[in-house]
Design a protein around this ligand. Structure first.
Ligand code: TXA
Ligand code: MG
Length: 338
C-alpha cells in the first residue's frame, strides 16, 4: 500500500457526498464507490460497469455504528461473525432497512455489508459519513481490478476521482456469506475460508454454485453467480491434476494444438512449457501470493494476443477454493481434471 495524503481522501469523500463516483482501493480489489443511500449515484455505478440491474451491490461501512441504519433484525450468530472477521475481506447478507434504496439490493429485501480493513477505504467511508456502495472495479464480465493501471483505460471516463493506493493485498473479492437457520452459507469464497468460519461456527455450508455451473432459469441465492465473470478476451482453459506431471503433460498437449499459447502456471512449473508464453502466478506453496496475482495475470495474458490461455488449477482447499472459483468462471466453465 502506498501512502496517501489525508487531504486526498477528504477530497474524494467530498466527491462521494456530492453524488460522484470514486475509484478506491480496498484490501481485496479496487471498488467503484458511490453514496450508497443516493439512488442516482448508485445508478451511475451500474452504468459505469455495464452491470445488470438485478445484481446487487455491497454497502461498505467504516464503523459498527453505521450498521443499524442499513440492517435490521441482526442475530447473535451474525454479530459473532462480524466480530470475528471485521474489519476484513468478509461480507454478510442481512435484512435491509427502508433507507437502503432498492437499486443497491437489486430489488431484494436483504443487503450485503462489509467493513474493509484497508486504511484508505476506511478513512474514505469515515469522511463521507455514509455507507459506500461499491462493486469490484471492472467492466462487468472482466477480471476485477487489483491495481489502478489494470483498469485505468476502461474506467477513467466514468470516474469523478481516482485514489491510487497501489496493489491490493488480498487480490480476490471478499467472502460473501448468509446465515440461514443457524448455518452459515458461503455464497462466494474468498480469503476468509470455510475453515476460518468453522473455527467459530459449527455449521458452514458451501453453496453448490461455487464450483458448479448455474443452469438457465435456475434460482440462485446470490445474483452474481449467474453472470459471466473475470473473463479475458482470449479463450481460456483450466487444467488440474493431483499429479503434477499429468497436468503439465496435458497442458503441453493442448498448447501444441495452437500456434501461440500462453500458460499461466506456478513458479515451480514455469520451465516445463518450452516455446510457450509463460506467466507465473506465484508459488504453489503460497496461495496468498497466487490469489494476489491472479486477476492481473488474466489481464496480462490477454496482452500476449495468443490463440489460447491455459491455466494450471490448484487444489480446491482453503484459499484454493476461492482461486478455483475465479478460474473456473474465467474459463467460462471449460476445465479438465486429468
Ligand atoms: O471484496 C469485495 O467484496 C469487493 C470490494 C470492492 O469490496 N466488492 C465486490 O463487489 O466484489 P461485487 O459487486 O463485484 O460483488 C458483490 C457480490 C455479487 O456476487 C452480488 O451478487 C453479491 O455480492 N451480493 C450483493 N448483495 C447481495 C444480497 N443482498 N444477497 C446475495 N448476494 C448479494
Ligand atoms: Mg465483481
Amino acid at each position: 500500500m502506498v501512502n496517501i495524503d489525508e487531504q486526498e481522501i477528504i477530497n474524494a469523500a467530498k466527491v462521494i457526498k456530492g453524488g460522484g463516483l470514486v475509484l478506491f482501493p480496498t484490501e481485496t480489489v479496487y471498488g467503484i464507490g458511490a453514496n450508497g443511500l443516493n439512488e442516482t449515484a448508485v445508478k451511475n455505478i451500474f452504468k459505469a460497469k455495464g452491470r445488470a440491474s438485478d445484481n446487487p451491490l455491497i454497502l461498505h461501512i467504516s464503523h459498527a455504528d453505521m450498521l443499524k441504519d442499513i440492517a435490521k433484525d441482526i442475530s447473535e450468530l451474525e454479530y459473532k461473525l462480524m466480530d470475528a472477521f471485521w474489519p476484513g475481506p468478509f461480507t454478510i447478507v442481512l435484512n435491509k432497512t427502508d433507507i437502503v434504496p432498492t437499486v443497491v439490493t437489486g430489488g431484494l429485501d436483504t443487503v450485503a455489508v462489509r467493513m474493509p480493513r484497508n486504511k484508505i477505504a476506511n478513512r474514505l467511508i469515515h469522511y463521507a459519513g455514509v455507507p459506500i456502495a461499491a462493486p469490484s472495479a471492472n467492466i462487468s464480465g472482466k477480471p476485477s481490478g487489483t491495481c489502478v493501471e489494470d483498469v485505468y483505460d476502461e474506467l477513467k471516463n466514468s470516474m469523478d476521482y481516482i485514489i491510487d493506493g497501489g496493489k491490493c493485498e488480498v487480490g480476490i473479492e471478499s467472502t460473501v456469506v448468509k446465515v440461514e437457520n443457524g448455518s452459515v452459507r458461503i455464497l462466494r469464497p474468498g480469503r476468509i475460508t470455510k475453515e476460518d468460519i468453522e473455527s467459530i461456527v459449527s455449521s458452514v455450508i458451501l453453496d453448490e454454485h461455487i464450483l458448479g455451473e448455474v443452469k438457465e432459469n435456475e434460482k440462485v441465492l446470490s445474483p452474481g453467480m449467474k453472470y459471466r465473470h473475470y473473463a479475458p478476451k482470449t479463450k481460456c482453459i483450466m487444467i488440474y491434476s493431483e499429479n503434477n506431471e499429468n497436468m503439465v503433460n496435458r497442458i503441453n498437449e493442448i498448447a501444441n494444438e495452437y500456434s501461440k499459447a500462453t500458460v499461466i502456471c506456478s513458479r515451480e512449473n514455469k520451465d516445463k512449457y518450452v516455446g510457450k508464453e509463460i506467466l507465473d502466478y506465484g508459488s504453489k506453496t503460497n496461495l496468498e501470493e497466487i490469489s494476489s496475482n491472479i486477476f492481473s495475470m488474466l489481464r496480462n495474458a490477454d496482452k500476449n494476443e495468443s490463440d489460447i490461455i491455459l491455466i494450471e488449477g490448484i487444489e480446491s482447499k482453503g484459499i484454493g477454493l476461492a482461486i478455483m472459483n475465479r478460474l473456473i468462471r474465467a474459463c467460462s466453465h471449460e476445465f479438465y481434471i486429468v
